[in-house]
Design a binder for this molecule. Structure first.
Ligand code: GLU
Length: 486
């Protein structure tokens, strides 16, 4: 019988997070790769919440996982599987292993094991369970069980070598002598992680197990369990770890690592996905910016990488800027509107009323934005009655207040002569003003830019004037003149 599932079986992958914290970027990356594989090759992507650790699992974390996956659009097939609900099967699998002689009862207490561990350490030896309970006569075992003595079930690791061909790392081999007879069922009859995972993966028909590199050392134990349970092996794929810019494993020290943080920080899910996709995979060449359909199209096993991936928040921000400019405005609108409303720049109704104007504004502002927050910050001057002047903008472009006021007054007059508030007419008026005063066009534009927005970063001056309209533009200049005179 072949050791792996027949290739005709439908590909089934899963994401199996433990709900003991928020969905972090590493988990989201693993979910994405499983999802991409399923979507690319017509497989199924399943979600299993590994909530067997009752003390550490929380409903809040489970909700955060759902919310994060939903925000990213990583939709799963079938209903969610809760590992804790499969306890009876985990126990049955452990008993089966006991019955067929692949596992044995161990009555050694935690204190005894600790004592032996210490002794081994004193001898400078690696501690390994010495199998003493495996050598107990059957009558003694029966006597102890009848007396209600607590026991765990240990898997008896056979001799030999356990190896597999990893989708990412190719051949990986572990000598079995280095693997302890590991516990599969605790004395309170709850399963140990490796048993629960294998039992569930078999029951769910998972034939590709794709997860982080940190699970490589679990894989030989899991392979031994598959074999003992008489189940075909899945293909394993171990994805590289994610490191911070300092080369250390990504952690809270490196800043935000929860997907939810990025969601609330104003990132586009498409940009986050694009960024995550490049953490351990490359589509080849210099290609970096991809939409989700393009990622699915380009996804391949060949592009999976072994070396640790680097999480660079600056790159994520840059990538978000690229996606902001790329997404259809209709898609951008519902993501920006709540932020505009929260910032009290406008009500949703007011935006609906001026929808065309609003979409043009988004189109204008997104070019110089890396986040939705950047768009909101730049949007202020188009909505607010009064604006604040960024001290940096003032220092740079209103360096000489008297000169700035002079130019602004002349600008106000020049704008009054403009009949059609169009780029051509505005440009003609402002350029001829510059000429008549013997200054550069920039000398005219810069103070005006500060007057209109108070910001250093803003769109082209004519686009801005058109977007604001004549009335608001003139009002802003008047206000600036008052400020400069004060
Ligand atoms: N629940 C495990 C974790 O969160 C994943 C198990 C697996 O993918 O096999 O790391």
């Amino acid at each position: 019988m072949p050791d792996t599932l027949a290739s005709s079986a439908k590909t089934r992958l899963r994401f199996a997070p433990s709900p003991t914290g928020y969905l972090h970027v590493g988990g989201a990356r693993t979910a994405l790769f499983n999802w991409l594989y399923a979507r690319k090759f017509g497989g199924e992507f399943l979600l299993r919440i590994e909530d067997t650790d009752k003390a550490r699992s929380t409903e809040e974390s489970t909700r955060a996982i759902f919310e994060g996956l939903q925000w990213l659009g990583l939709n799963w097939d079938d209903g969610v599987v809760y590992q804790g609900a499969n306890l009876a099967r985990h126990q049955a699998d452990a008993r089966k292993l006991l019955e067929i002689g692949a596992a044995y009862r161990c009555f050694c207490t935690a204190a005894e094991l600790e004592e032996r561990r210490r002794e081994a350490e004193a001898r400078k030896e690696a501690f390994k369970y010495d199998r003493r309970c495996d050598r107990l006569p059957s009558e003694e075992i029966e006597r102890r069980v009848a007396a209600g003595m607590p026991y765990v079930i240990r898997f008896r690791v056979p001799d030999g070598t356990t190896e597999w061909v990893d989708m990412v790392h190719e051949r990986i081999a572990f000598p079995n002598k280095d693997i302890d007879d590991f516990v599969i069922l605790r004395s309170d009859a709850t399963p140990i992680y490796n048993l629960a995972v294998v039992s569930d993966d078999i029951a769910m028909g998972i034939n590709i197990v794709m997860r982080g590199d940190d699970h490589i050392s679990n894989t030989p134990k899991q392979i031994l369990l598959y074999r003992a349970l008489g189940a075909p092996l899945p293909t394993f794929a171990h994805l590289p770890m994610i490191h911070g810019l300092d080369g250390k494993k990504l952690s809270k020290r490196h800043g935000a690592t929860a997907v939810g943080d990025y969601q609330h920080y104003g990132l586009l899910p498409g940009a986050m996905l694009n960024f995550l996709a490049l953490l351990g995979w490359s589509p080849g060449g210099d290609r970096e910016i991809m939409t989700v359909p393009e990622m699915i199209e380009l996804f391949s096993v060949d592009g999976l990488q072994k070396k640790a991936a680097i999480f660079d928040p600056k790159k994520l921000e840059w990538m978000n800027g690229q996606h902001l400019s790329m997404v259809p405005l209709e898609e951008l609108e519902p993501r920006v509107t709540p932020a505009i409303v929260t910032a009290r720049l406008a009500t949703e109704e007011a935006l609906v009323e001026r929808r065309d104007w609003y979409l043009r504004l988004l189109d204008l502002l997104r070019v110089r934005s890396r986040t939705i927050d950047d768009i909101v910050r730049q949007a202020g001057p188009y909505f607010l009655e009064d604006i604040d002047y960024d001290p940096a903008a003032v220092a740079k472009n209103w360096k000489d207040p008297a000169e700035a006021a002079l130019l602004l007054r002349a600008t106000r007059e020049a704008l009054a002569t403009v009949r059609d508030w169009t780029t051509e007419d505005l440009e003609a008026a402002l350029r001829s003003l510059a000429e008549s005063r013997g200054v550069t066009a920039g000398n005219v534009f810069q103070p005006l830019r500060v007057a209109l927005t108070g910001l250093t970063v803003s769109p082209g001056i004519f686009e801005m004037l058109i977007q604001m309209g004549r009335e608001l533009s003139v009002k802003r200049i008047d206000k600036a003149l008052a400020v400069l005179a004060a």
